[in-house]
Design a protein around this ligand. Structure first.
Ligand code: NAP
Ligand code: FE
Length: 365
């Protein structure tokens, strides 16, 4: 077997790491652009810590705080225009996957003035100005992945930008999550689980991704009872931050597979949070495997006895009561059956009918 291994992001873990390692910021230039969401980074202290770290280094900065969940190419284009006008040297993404993913796309647009948000998805390989990440959710692992998932309203779905932008540094401080509401906690936590699961059950799985997955899934197994009991203590936050970063490191090696591709339709058309959109499909996704060897290993890592038990636990955590029709899932299944990127990461042949059944049994039956 031959494979490539790359994990270039320097990671700091622990309370207070932004200020403790503020000197790192000196390496990236004189002017930064902070990219963040509308409000959470102002409430959880992450924005204040970064502003203080920049000021102590005499680095000037501007703030773009208008990144929405599942960031659109239009918003990314708007932020990039500001960054170009202000001639910023590097970007600091603070928040969940949405601001961090947006930061990577904005960095590419600032560095490549011949491209705009309208044609960036068709561009060849491009570099970005440096991106620093401060995750404040524990889900996407975007602080270590090269991926940037953007909403393409023209195509009516979410897509990977198609560039490989690794953050230079990830400051992972779980204390920014102490006030995170239950719903955001579990949705993002199940996204982290789905990265580990899709990397473990992936055509590209290799010994390096397996190392991240095995450890990450074991830690996730300790978090699952707390999701069910609602005991959201600091230990849980720290564990989830680790699960999330390990998940990011794992999908960096393998990519994600079908639940992610299938979930994008539920997010775009039904407004389902990203982690929920994956998690809700998991029981039926795991059942679809003809060879269950690695599925059973995965269940044993998280300490669950059967696929049905995992499905039951996820249903108790993710309470979705929206409506989706058979006609809608028919079109989602058709679309994912043409998604070569996700299909090739699934290690077995799978038919459009089986994809339809995953949606049907998860959402309608
Ligand atoms: P998110 O969309 O970044 O944020 C979700 C919500 O959580 C927002 O309302 C945000 O508020 C809030 N929030 C963030 N941090 C918080 C905190 N510490 N306390 C309380 N609330 C907080 O959520 P996400 O799940 O992290 O990111 C999802 C995006 O990442 C999707 O677009 C998904 O496709 C993508 N993704 C990327 C990768 C990758 O490898 N790059 C992998 C998987 C998923 P504000 O808006 O006010 O900040
Ligand atoms: Fe994800």
């Amino acid at each position: 077997m031959s494979f490539k291994y790359l994990m270039p992001t320097k990671c700091y873990f622990g309370k207070g790491v932004v200020l403790e390692y503020k000197d790192e910021l000196k390496n990236f230039g004189e002017k930064a652009m902070i990219v963040t969401g509308k409000s959470s980074s102002k409430k959880n202290g992450s924005l204040k810590d970064m502003e203080e770290a920049l000021s102590l280094n005499n680095i000037s900065y501007i703030i773009f705080d208008d990144i929405e969940e599942n960031p659109s190419l239009e918003t990314i284009g708007r932020a990039a225009e500001l960054g170009k006008k202000e001639d910023v040297d590097f970007i600091i993404g603070i928040g969940g996957g949405s601001p961090i993913d947006a930061s990577k796309a904005i960095g590419v647009l600032i560095n490549n003035v011949n491209y705009s948000y309208e044609d960036i998805l068709e561009a060849p390989y491009l570099k970005s100005i440096p991106v620093i990440a401060v995750p404040t959710t524990a889900g996407t692992g975007s602080e270590v992945t090269p991926y940037s998932i953007v909403t393409d309203h023209k195509a009516k779905t979410k897509k990977n930008l198609g560039q490989l932008i690794y953050p230079e540094i990830a400051f992972c401080d779980a204390s920014y999550m102490v006030e995170m509401p239950y719903t955001v906690t579990v949705n993002t936590g199940i996204d982290a689980f789905s990265h580990l699961a899709e990397a473990y059950l992936n055509s590209n799985a290799n010994i390096m991704s397996d190392i991240y997955c095995e450890k990450g899934l074991k830690i996730f197994g300790k978090c699952l009872p707390k999701f069910l009991s609602g005991e959201l203590d600091l230990k849980l936050r720290e564990d989830l931050m680790m699960v999330s970063t390990l998940g990011g490191m794992a999908i960096t090696q393998t990519g994600t597979s079908l639940p992610h591709g299938m979930g994008y339709h539920l997010t775009y058309f039904k407004g389902m949070a990203h982690g929920m959109a994956n998690g809700i499909l998991y029981e039926e996704y795991l059942k679809v495997f003809k060879d269950k060897t690695r599925v059973n290993e995965l269940l044993s890592f998280i300490g669950v006895n059967s696929i049905e038990e995992l499905g039951e636990k996820f249903r108790n955590i993710l309470k979705w009561n929206g409506i989706v029709t058979e006609e809608e899932i028919l079109s989602y299944a058709k679309s994912i059956a043409c998604n070569k990127g996700k299909l090739k990461n699934h290690p077995e042949e799978i038919t459009e009918k089986e994809l339809y059944n995953i949606y049907y049994r998860s959402l309608i039956k």
